[in-house]
Write a protein that binds this ligand. Structure first.
Ligand code: THU
Length: 165
């Protein structure tokens, strides 16, 4: 048996900016993060006890929020990010989404939050679709319990080698 030879290795770099406080963000971005934190109390998460809040900043300055909504038939529920994005796309079709902020609160022993909360794979794929649709990057803010914030400039940093058109 011949040895397989690696032709080359692709090294992918992603960039995450870390802030230690919401005060280091611009006023608009800070407000976006605060809206995500406030709305998570509206989550319906009786099965996971993991409440997630998302807030979108639209190009007209409007902020749209969403929470996770669970169901006894688990896959019927949806994440906070997708609740917000699909609502925005329904109410403001074609409008550009400038940024999304995500945060969570856990009352479960399964989920502990020791790092800023980042979107699940399915939500990353959805964010990627809208980035491509609007042909403009969507900034992503991931907020942790003590207001540590991870910032990415685009979904490219969270979903390298994404499936797209
Ligand atoms: N969840 C979100 O809302 N967003 C994510 O990006 C990760 C997961 C929700 C889904 C489910 O209701 C709960 O968190 C636990 O997985």
């Amino acid at each position: 048996m011949g040895r397989l030879i690696v032709a080359k290795t692709i090294d992918i770099n992603i960039k995450i900016d870390v802030f230690n406080s919401l005060n280091e963000l611009s006023e608009t971005e800070k407000l976006l993060c605060i809206k995500a934190k406030e709305i998570l109390n509206n989550a319906y998460a009786p099965y996971s006890n993991f409440k997630v809040g998302a807030a979108l900043l639209l190009e007209n300055g409007e902020i749209i929020t969403g929470t996770n909504q669970e169901n006894i038939a688990y896959p019927s529920g949806t994440c906070a990010e997708r609740t917000a994005i699909f609502y925005a796309s329904t109410q403001f079709p074609g409008i550009t989404i400038k940024a999304i902020a995500v945060t969570a609160k856990s009352e479960s022993s399964i989920f502990t939050i020791n790092k800023p909360v980042s979107p699940c794979g399915a939500c990353r794929q959805v964010i990627a679709e809208y980035e491509q649709k609007q042909n403009q990057a969507i900034k992503i803010f991931m907020i942790g319990h003590n207001d540590t914030v991870y910032q990415c400039q685009s979904i490219n940093d969270l979903l390298p080698l994404m499936f797209n058109k």
